[in-house]
Design a protein around this ligand. Sequence first.
Ligand code: GLU
Length: 546
Amino acid sequence: MSDYALLAELLFPHIDKTPEDYEAVYPPRNLPEGAKVTRFAPSPTGFMHLGNLFVSMIDSIAARDGGVFYLRIEDTDKKREVEDAVERILHGLAAFGIVPQEGEQADGGALGDYGPYRQSQRKDIYQCYAKSLVEKGLAYPCFCTEEELNYLRAKQETAGANPGYYGEWAVFRNAPLGEVRRRLRAGEPYVLRLRSDGSEEKKIVVEDLVKGKIEMPENIMDLVLLKADGIPTYHFAHAVDDHLMRTTHVVRGDEWIASLPVHIALFCALGFKAPKYVHVSPIMKTDGGGKRKLSKRKDPEAAVSYYAEQGYPKEGVVTYLLTLANSNFEDWLRANPGKAVTGFPFNFKKMSPSGALFDLAKLNDICKNVISVMTAEQVYDYVMDWAAQFDKTLHDLFSADPCYAKAILSIDRGVKKPRKDIATWSQVLDYVSYFYDEAFRQRFDLPENISAAGAKAILSAYAAVYDENDDKDAWFERIKALCEPLGLTPNVKEFKANPQNYKGHVGDVSTVIRLALTGRENTPDLYSIMRLLGKDRVLRRLNTAL
Ligand code: GLU
């Protein structure tokens, strides 16, 4: 046996599998030509950043044509883990229609043949590959203590050398087998390091699908593969997992670009083909004069839960994120009105290499559009879902009489130019409040051009003639008929031509009635509102206003 083989046996006596065994357990996937395998690989901290949703959306779209999008839990740092994190992650994704086909499940189980999908359950797999690296002389144990590493750093500083564990500074690189054996026997903790053969003179070249060609100096560091507890570092786990799970495209934040030389070195040492990389820029926000990353600490809208709590329609959020993801998406949307966004031919290459700017006003506009073309039934269902969790008052109002609620939501819907009043489900209570006596607050703030006496005259004249059985034309004729006796004109054009001749026009009459009945100046179709309110309520409110 060579010394390397002896060392491997010494370090990993419990590992009896070989990489070939795992290659057989996790063979290349049998997928249609060109199908992509992507993954979302969060740490289970329980917090989902909007950037995570963004990346997952891209992952799931990329895997659409016969590929696989899976969820892998990167839980090698147990300190940051929260208990129901997987449930929260899956829930957070599902709220926006994103469902991984494979991977970790909320109940602790998993879907798919390439698991376990939780890194903490893959220790033997990592150690098997680590063992094989040791056998090949590509990895070795390092027994340096914290103090020794600090001392090394100080020495490098004095010598004007680059800091780090590499080359001749790597004290345990060539430790004799006897010494290793002795230290192991003494129970000294160690980490496993890569024996790097990189040279700073040489470059790695990666064709990133978003950033284009990336050239960086090769890695020269003998970086840590396994920590003292035998748990892998992110880098080592990334290489082993994405290889064995047969990931074709790694979509991740561009903060990982700095680690590319390390990753390429690892894929190379392990004899794996590297995946394609898709490094996504962070979502930015304007702040003062400049731009900065959307921050978990500073911006409530950085949390995915914010959108669920506010009741943003999932289609709206996804549509908005697509505008951030692909520069040609909005043109496509305009050219394909009414088409599901899943039909959009997404392309990595059309992603902006610099960070997209987050724009809440635009998100709101998109959501208003999205909601405006839904049926009343759809809106009702979404609202009920949302309200069950976040708004008991609204939920009670709507469940007391679903037909009435749907009739309210039907006003000005399904027409050529639907109204765009609502951006989020949390705005619905206010939007419908005047249809419910318990939520209605009578307000009567008259516009400047109407006097209190004038308003009073309009309301009492109208109360005297109002007939709940009028059809829409008759209803409007009756309102117009009020004008002349009160010194107003039914003809808006005429009023604009000769304003001095009139106290106002028919629009003012309906405004006053609208205010009395709804407490606001701007509402959907007043006739429809009055039909739904019904005679008793209409008369009561007219009288209260008087
Ligand atoms: N666990 C890593 C993170 O949350 C995953 C990065 C990756 O997608 O590779 O940042």
